[in-house]
Ligand binder design. Structure first.
Ligand SMILES: Nc1nc2c(c(=O)[nH]1)N[C@H]1C(S)=C(S)[C@@H](COP(=O)(O)OP(=O)(O)OC[C@H]3O[C@@H](n4cnc5c(=O)[nH]c(N)nc54)[C@H](O)[C@@H]3O)O[C@H]1N2
Ligand SMILES: Nc1nc2c(c(=O)[nH]1)N[C@H]1C(S)=C(S)[C@@H](COP(=O)(O)OP(=O)(O)OC[C@H]3O[C@@H](n4cnc5c(=O)[nH]c(N)nc54)[C@H](O)[C@@H]3O)O[C@H]1N2
Ligand SMILES: [Mo]
Length: 663
């Protein structure tokens, strides 16, 4: 983005028209980044808690006093319970390589704190691709303009990834057909040629039924499979025996003909591009779903075509960045335990070898976004837990802090960025001085380390020097990147990561349809359908008590819980709503516009009913992630569970049965 600064104040913000992917366009939220930066609620100085935990009353402190308190309390935890009683908690507040994952990692690993498994978003699909393809790569979005069939699978592109849309639109203009697979009729579904309203959590079954038709009708590319994949013969046998469209249709609750048409079209069109994203992996079988979908282009040989294949994330394309230099995983003492961030409530209330005694939260708002919120709050409320929060705003999480520290925003610090939807490395140049006494995360961790008496030079390295280190294996320097702002990776154009002849980084060097590493993770040797935890297949009694499947996907105007406190965006979002089909509403005496309680055994939240056929019967949707403190104290995460996915330990936000009643 381009920022115009006048007398030290940012006055205008826009997309960079020269960026080949974003092309001058900012999404709805980031377009309001100035309003957010200069928001009256910005934290401008360190604060120390004075009231009860959760009450949110603080007094102003100096950096000196705040740092001294943090250093003393962390040291006391190390002395009495051991360093593993300290838990860092961070995710995607900023995805910058410096402010997101550098000095913080060095610091916590050096003191021997518990490691955090960052599973709250993408780990199920990431691990599924790692076992199948060795890494995560896919076609370059710029190449998909040549695709003739585009399947948007478990993704609300127009909301969550709008920068892909111009390329989808160009493909459409070139004659491509677009199909959206989503239980909800999202704005993306409306913009596509076809919408398949699948039952949540059953995508693996659909993908394997497509594979069935491809093999049954001879639409597989035997040459590609033989040279590039292992285990396809076993898969062929399995899908022909177990995944016929007739058997899968009732699982996915879609017509047999829909599956037949989809499969035949997939098998007879070239190039085919599948954009699979994270919505469909937030279920028990999320990893298995991504695994099954990811092998479809191996069956048809779509990876040979420019713009063909499957794209979950381009993260693996950025492997030349020296993450080990930035993060120093070698600092971690042998035997250090790892705590899954998707089970924070459990970590704070049930683990005791040792118990978590200090929690340091940055780039995340677990008090709003983490599943099973009532359990999370029970943990945050503990009086023997010392909590430090680095934030821009006094979020629901910040209300539980013992020490609350002001962090800089994207406009106030330098950073390096990779992408997960394109292939450019980017430089983020500070445009304005930090507001108030705010400091970058990196500087805060340097100061905490120094205050604790740690003398390692790696814990004092400057941002500039870390950026140079991170880029040392790339064919350009930091100065060139700073000058150009963004540089495409040297990967050839079109980018064909798995074209015939490519050697993969899996043990066999091939696409592992049959995967021993999947077995090591507890999956079957071959892809299969793993039903949702909260489903007829696994728990019919629960279905009788809580018959509605709740999805709580991102609201168009928010970025998870970020931007919820920005007035213009909250106005655009309106209020917390629950979308419910007329059949389900009338069965419960619920009229459009009434307040409803959405509940299960974990908890309840309140929203306004919107009776609509955007959701199918049996499915309800609550656009998220609202700040409970701004909306009557609750949000959808009162009902979500801490159960994790079949692979990758991912959160299962959308594997969530509820019932609804008017209040
Ligand atoms: N505006 C906006 N943009 C965002 C975000 C945001 O909060 N707001 N968040 C960002 C982040 S962190 C992420 S991870 C991405 C997430 O963006 P996406 O990867 O697109 O994932 P979700 O929005 O979680 O879900 C996408 C769609 O999947 C559908 N879905 C749910 N369950 C299933 C299922 O079982 N099968 C299928 N086929 N579909 C299903 C949902 O109804 C939803 O419409 O977006 C990023 N972009
Ligand atoms: N029910 C439900 N829950 C969900 C989801 C859902 O779809 N439904 N989505 C899930 C997904 S995909 C994700 S990725 C997670 C995201 O969860 P989080 O990673 O917690 O993301 P945000 O809610 O955006 O909160 C990020 C916080 O970081 C702060 N921040 C931003 N930049 C900086 C910085 O430079 N320094 C510091 N110190 N702080 C900063 C912001 O002010 C913000 O409060 O939520 C998950 N939770
Ligand atoms: Mo995410």
């Amino acid at each position: 983005m381009l920022v115009t600064v006048e007398d030290g104040r940012a006055i205008r913000l826009g997309g960079d028209p020269e960026h080949p992917v974003t092309q001058g366009f900012l999404c709805t939220k980031v377009a309001k980044y100035l309003e957010r930066t200069y928001h009256e609620g910005r934290l401008l100085y360190p604060q120390i808690r004075t009231g009860a935990k959760g009450e949110g009353t603080f007094r102003r402190a100096t950096w000196d006093e705040a740092l001294e308190l943090i250093a003393t309390r962390l040291q006391r935890v190390i002395d009495t319970d051991g360093a593993q009683a300290i838990l860092p908690y961070s995710y995607a507040g900023t995805m910058g390589l410096l402010q997101g994952e550098s000095m913080d990692r060095r610091f916590f690993q050096r003191i021997g704190a518990s490691l955090l498994d960052r599973t709250i978003c993408a780990s199920a699909g990431a691990e599924a691709l790692n076992v199948t393809y060795g890494t995560r790569m896919g076609p370059d979005p710029q190449d998909i303009v040549d695709a003739k069939l585009i399947i948007l699978w478990g993704t609300n592109t127009l909301t969550a990834n709008p920068h892909l849309w111009p390329f989808v639109r160009r493909a459409k203009a070139n004659g491509a057909t677009t199909i959206c697979i989503d239980p909800l009729r999202t704005r993306t579904a409306v913009a596509c040629d076809e919408h398949i309203a699948i039952r949540p959590g059953t995508d693996a079954a659909l993908a394997l039924a497509i594979a069935h038709v491809l093999f049954r009708d001879g639409l597989d590319d035997r040459g590609y499979l033989e040279s590039m994949a292992v285990g396809w013969e076993g898969l062929r046998e399995r899908v022909l025996a177990e995944y016929s469209p007739e058997r899968v249709a009732p699982i996915c609750r879609i017509p047999v003909e829909t599956i037949e048409h989809l499969a035949r079209r997939y098998g007879t069109t070239r190039p085919t591009f599948i954009r699979v994203n994270y919505g469909l992996q937030r279920h028990a079988g999320g990893g298995s779903a991504v695994r099954a979908i990811s092998i479809l282009p191996a069956i048809t040989g779509a990876w040979d075509d420019a713009g063909g294949g499957v794209l979950l994330s381009t993260s693996g394309t950025f492997s030349a960045i020296d993450y080990a230099y930035l993060q120093r995983p070698d600092f971690t003492p042998a035997g250090t335990r790892t705590i899954n961030m998707s089970r924070l409530g459990e970590a704070l209330t049930r683990i005791d070898d040792p118990p978590v005694k200090a929690l340091v939260v940055y780039n995340s708002n677990p008090g709003a976004v983490a599943p099973d919120r009532e359990n999370v709050l029970a943990g945050l409320r503990r009086d023997d837990l010392f909590t430090v929060v680095l934030e821009h705003f006094q979020t629901d999480t910040a209300d539980y802090a013992d020490v609350l520290l002001p962090a800089t925003t994207q406009l106030e610090h330098d950073d390096l960025h990779k992408a997960y939807g394109h292939t450019y490395v980017m430089f983020n140049q500070a445009a304005i001085a930090p507001l108030g006494e705010a400091l970058p995360n990196t500087e805060i961790f340097r100061r905490i380390a120094a205050r604790m008496g740690l003398r390692d030079p790696e814990l004092q390295e400057s941002d500039e020097s870390m950026m140079r280190g991170a880029l040392r294996h790339l064919p350009f320097t930091l100065d060139e990147l700073r000058d150009k702002a963004s540089i495409r990776l040297d990967i050839g154009s079109p980018h064909l990561p798995y074209r015939r002849g490519a050697r993969l980084s899996t043990p066999s060097g091939k696409i592992e349809i049959a995967s021993e590493r999947a077995v090591a993770h507890g999956l079957d040797l071959l892809p299969e359908y793993v039903p949702p935890y909260e489903s007829e297949e696994r728990d019919p009694e629960l279905v009788r008590r809580f018959p509605l499947a709740l999805l709580s996907p991102p609201a168009h105007s928010f970025l998870n819980s970020t931007f919820v406190n920005v007035a213009s965006l909250r106005r655009a979002a309106g209020k917390p709503t629950l979308e419910i089909h007329a059949d389900d509403a009338s069965a419960r005496g619920i009229a459009n516009g009434v307040q409803v309680s959405i509940f299960n055994d974990r908890g309840a939240f309140v929203a306004e009913a919107v009776v609509t056929d955007r959701v199918r019967p049996g499915v309800v949707s609550a656009p998220s992630v609202w700040w409970p403190k701004l909306t009557g104290g609750t949000n959808a995460n009162h009902t979500t569970s801490q159960a994790v996915t079949d692979i990758g330990g991912g959160a299962t936000f959308y594997d969530n049965l509820v019932d609804v009643r008017a209040v």
